[in-house]
Design a protein around this ligand. Structure first.
Ligand SMILES: Cc1cc2nc3c(=O)[nH]c(=O)nc-3n(C[C@H](O)[C@H](O)[C@H](O)COP(=O)(O)OP(=O)(O)OC[C@H]3O[C@@H](n4cnc5c(N)ncnc54)[C@H](O)[C@@H]3O)c2cc1C
Length: 399
């Protein structure tokens, strides 16, 4: 096969891997392949390419879709009143409410789930039971494969659709459809950036080697320890082996550290055009970090509080329809943006990022861990100092 470089579609470093080009190409000339940094990127087969330029014209990075969205959206601190659904969600569990609403109207819900090998990819939910697969944040870039074509089929059949994804994937859907559709509802995520699927894969393989067995499920925001803990269920033992890690604890801290210190993110995330407002989704879903005092409801913070931004009329409809099953507290948008960097500016580039993603391709997880051991130790030391300072300040205040 002769291939053309990605630059034929968009500038290097700008491609988000949203996969619109692959879904759009009428000649099936675009394939998504793992690139030199371990992320899925398009490759054009020159033997199949007819040179129509559709991929370049409709790429949302070249011509972003135009939609009616609020410059300053209404911001809500909110949570699902169903405790079990909230416990099983990453944040306040609002996604499940919107998903159930669309299903109750005969629609279909699309979002990111995992397959039996724990690869994260887009899938559809037609029933309440199937929502469980989509629930919870997977901190890795999801494969969109042919999902935009599937969404269009459902819309063309006259049914409603709820599509949830990162802002670039939501913008991608509107680019693919060439605008909005009356029966389409979307939620975009407040997004720190997407980590490398290859690095995630290597972490999974290392876990399997260490704990001796295939993995049945992963919850990257399990609420068993605190807001940042991870639960992994292995297909071994009776009862099945179930391990819970702190994001900062031994075993997974390297995966969490690489994500939060912006080492494992896709290149385009550092110049992401989808941070800030106006947003692309009808509703934006996030965590309400640094939420001010909640009076008698202060204790709710431990269970996870969502930030929902209402960006359009359809977003207002979704929120008003679920309000009986949620606690909604309107707050200032400025308060929401103050607690969430990626609503204000790009995620800052870590100077070691390029070297790290290259090493991700070259080495296995253990070798990587060894190579970056000093950075990890430095981080632990910094955290320890911060904790001591905090305790000291608290002690002095009490005295
Ligand atoms: C990579 C990533 C980075 C994020 N960064 C931030 C951040 O910086 N600040 C912030 O406030 N919130 C961030 N979030 C969003 C946050 O973690 C919660 O997903 C959000 O608050 C929704 O919570 P919920 O309880 O309403 O729903 P949940 O039940 O947790 O639903 C999660 C929804 O997210 C979708 N989803 C999960 N993983 C992916 C994925 N890999 N790609 C695309 N869609 C996915 C699912 O389809 C589902 O619809 C991020 C999420 C992801 C996936």
């Amino acid at each position: 096969m002769t291939t053309q470089p990605l630059e034929m579609i968009t500038e290097p470093g700008k491609c988000t891997g949203c996969g619109v080009c692959r879904n759009l190409c009428p000649h099936h000339a675009v394939r998504m392949e793992t690139d030199a940094e371990g992320f899925l990127s398009p490759v054009i087969d020159t033997q199949l390419c007819a040179g129509c330029g559709l991929c370049r014209k409709r790429c949302p990075q070249n011509s972003p879709p135009e939609l009616e969205r609020a410059e300053v959206p209404a911001a809500y601190a909110c949570w699902n009143l169903n405790d079990e659904q909230r416990r099983l969600s990453s944040s306040g569990g609002m996604f499940t409410l919107y998903a159930e609403l669309i299903l109750s109207r005969g629609g279909v819900v699309f979002g990111a789930g995992a397959d039996a090998e724990q690869n994260v990819l887009f899938c559809a939910a037609h029933t309440s039971g199937e929502i469980a697969r989509l629930r919870c944040s997977k901190y890795v870039q999801a494969d969109t494969h042919e999902i935009y074509c599937r969404v269009k089929e459902v819309l063309d059949s006259g049914k409603e659709v709820l599509f949830t994804g990162t802002p670039c994937q939501v913008a991608g859907l509107y680019a693919f459809l060439n605008g909005d559709r009356p029966k389409l509802y979307t939620c975009d995520l407040v997004c720190h950036g997407v980590p490398s699927p290859l690095f995630y894969r290597k972490w999974l393989d290392s876990l399997k080697r260490k704990f001796g067995g295939p993995i049945l499920s992963i919850n990257m925001r399990a609420k068993e320890l605190h807001a940042y803990s991870m639960a992994v269920e292995f297909q071994v033992g009776s009862p099945l082996r179930h391990l819970t890690f702190s994001w900062r604890g031994k075993g997974i801290e390297f995966l969490g550290w690489a994500f939060l210190s912006n080492l494992s993110l896709r290149k385009c995330c550092f110049t992401c055009p989808y941070v800030k407002t106006p947003r692309f989704g009808d509703v934006t879903l996030g965590d309400f970090w640094k939420l001010g005092k909640l009076g008698s409801e202060e204790g709710e913070k431990r269970k996870g509080i969502s930030l929902n931004l209402i960006n359009s009329e359809k977003g207002r409809f979704l929120l008003s329809d679920v309000q009986k099953r949620a606690r909604l507290i309107e707050r200032d948008f400025a308060e929401a943006a103050a607690g969430n960097l990626t609503l204000r500016e790009h995620t800052p580039l870590n100077p070691k990022r390029d070297a790290f993603v290259r090493d991700t391709v070259a080495y296995d997880y253990e070798t990587l861990l060894h190579k970056y051991r000093k950075d990890l130790l430095h981080l632990r030391w910094k955290r320890m100092k911060m904790r001591v300072k905090r305790l000291l300040r608290r002690f002095l205040r009490r005295r």
